[in-house]
Design a protein around this ligand. Structure first.
Ligand code: SF4
Length: 457
């Protein structure tokens, strides 16, 4: 019988000082055999952390975990250690930039701005490494051998050329993939276009296919503070876990990490199940040896996103008294986007009509208030019959309430906010205040964990 895959779990107690985190990282790495076989003198080591948005842990990986891995690689003789990250599509396109010097409300932060803000750039440089934002990295067109949903992408050359590639994911729930761990973390290596169009129902397969380009040689997972609920961004909530994990196999570490999050059958996580099916690693917990702490010692029952605990239609249909929804055949992604659009429209004291999906059925003589009618997603926009007449009438009246896209993702949500601002239903001040509240929630929380941290941009 083939030998088992090994995953380590190291639990520590607060306070998590830089020294303690470094000890935990070293112990977790040693328990799975160390890095000395992976990193040789003169090597170029490339590290991909999860820096999702302009917020510290648990939204992004702790800078001290990244710096510990950089130091470890340098000690083993690495000539160069580069930390690369591409922040989320929402951060690049939609999140309000509270640091902009512009008089007008600015949206979007670059990866390097987020690295500076979180103190990652300084921590990495102090440890002897360097950082690069994905937007600034040279890309190559890469054909994905064995890709099922993704076949050709632009991919950073330095990851392909690295002598050793280390993945540092966070431990979070995710509204579209249930959890985000090692397999999902490599999405941040795709450019904006490739990432944007992967947010459909084949998202899990997309994530697995990205890993087929280059599997990491090693994974160090930051589980010091996890995230539960409607992750992986502002609407998630912190969970104190106090663990660092490590493994060579990204599938095995995802399997065990999801069990630590209270998911007793790790194969219900799509990325884990599909990655194992496609031969990227081992997901079956009976074929994995856990060293250090046991899963039972550290396990917490994370709240999963609502859309994984109750049927999605309970969040969408019959919820908002001021919204008449006509939804035809639609993918779960469009159902989720409908929930987000309704969340925005639902708080405005007006009556709205929302059209979503393939061929929604509308009553004969359907005649909604055009000013307050929205079409969401490319399927709705290509529907024929009565709805085509409604669209034509809106076009002739100069009403562009068309929130297109497949999936209708961040640009559709930005457009909705612009339309509502133009109509005077919301204003920039509201959006900026909301962004400040979200920022305060995560900044205050993390400063309670690490008073040495100051945002820096
Ligand atoms: S636009 Fe249509 S195909 Fe695209 S995500 Fe929505 S329902 Fe699915």
């Amino acid at each position: 019988m083939a030998s088992k895959k090994i995953v380590s779990i190291v639990k520590g107690q607060r306070p998590f000082t830089a020294l303690k985190i470094e000890e935990m990282v070293r112990k977790a790495v040693e328990l799975v055999g160390g890095l000395s076989e992976k990193v040789k003198s003169g090597d170029h080591v490339v590290i991909k952390p999860n820096l999702f948005a302009p917020y510290p842990p648990p939204v992004s990986v702790d800078r001290k975990v990244i710096a510990s891995v950089v130091r470890l690689a340098k000690e083993l003789g690495a000539a160069k250690v580069t930390v690369i990250e591409g922040v989320s599509v929402g951060t690049l396109m939609k999140r309000i930039n509270l640091y902009s010097k512009s008089q007008d409300m600015a949206r979007g932060l670059t990866s390097i701005e987020v690295m500076k803000l979180l103190g990652v750039k300084k921590a990495v440089e102090d440890a002897g490494g360097e950082v690069i934002g994905l937007e600034d990295a040279e890309k190559l067109h890469v054909d994905i051998k064995g890709g099922k949903a993704l076949h050709r992408v632009n991919y950073p050359r330095l990851v392909l050329d690295a002598d050793c590639f280390i993945n540092i994911p966070a431990m979070k729930t995710h509204t579209m993939t249930m959890v985000t761990l090692a397999i999902k973390n490599l999405q941040g290596l795709l450019d904006e276009k490739d990432r944007y169009f992967s947010h459909r129902d084949d998202l899990d397969q997309h994530m697995v296919d990205i890993n087929k380009i280059r599997l990491p040689d090693f994974v160090v997972l930051d589980g010091l503070i996890g995230m539960e609920g409607m992750g992986a961004g502002e609407t998630g909530s912190p969970v104190e876990m106090g663990i660092i994990m490590a493994a060579e196999d990204p599938v095995s570490i995802d399997s065990i990490a999801s069990m630590c999050m209270g998911i007793d059958n790790p194969l219900i996580v799509g990325t884990t199940r599909i990655a194992a099916h496609d031969g990227l690693g081992i997901a079956n917990p009976f074929e994995i040896e856990v060293r250090g702490n046991a899963v039972e010692d550290v396990k917490r029952k994370f709240l999963l996103p609502f859309n994984y605990t109750q049927p999605i239609d309970t969040l969408v249909t019959g919820v908002y008294p001021n919204i008449d929804l006509y939804i035809g055949g639609a993918c779960p992604t469009c159902w989720l986007m409908t929930a987000l659009v309704e969340g925005t429209l639902g708080s405005i004291p007006k009556r709205f009509t929302l059209i979503v999906g393939v061929d929604p059925k509308v009553p004969p003589g359907f005649s909604p208030d055009l000013e307050h009618t929205f079409f969401l997603g490319d399927c709705a926009l290509s529907t024929s019959g009565d709805l085509k007449e409604i669209r034509n009438a809106m076009l002739l009246a100069g009403i562009d309430n068309f929130l297109g896209g497949c999936p209708p993702y961040e640009p559709a949500l930005v457009k909705l906010e612009s339309i509502l601002m133009e109509k005077g239903y919301i204003n920039e001040g509201d959006l900026i205040n909301k962004a400040r509240e979200q920022q305060k929630k995560f900044f205050d929380y993390y400063k309670g964990q690490d008073e040495t941290w100051e945002p820096d941009l």
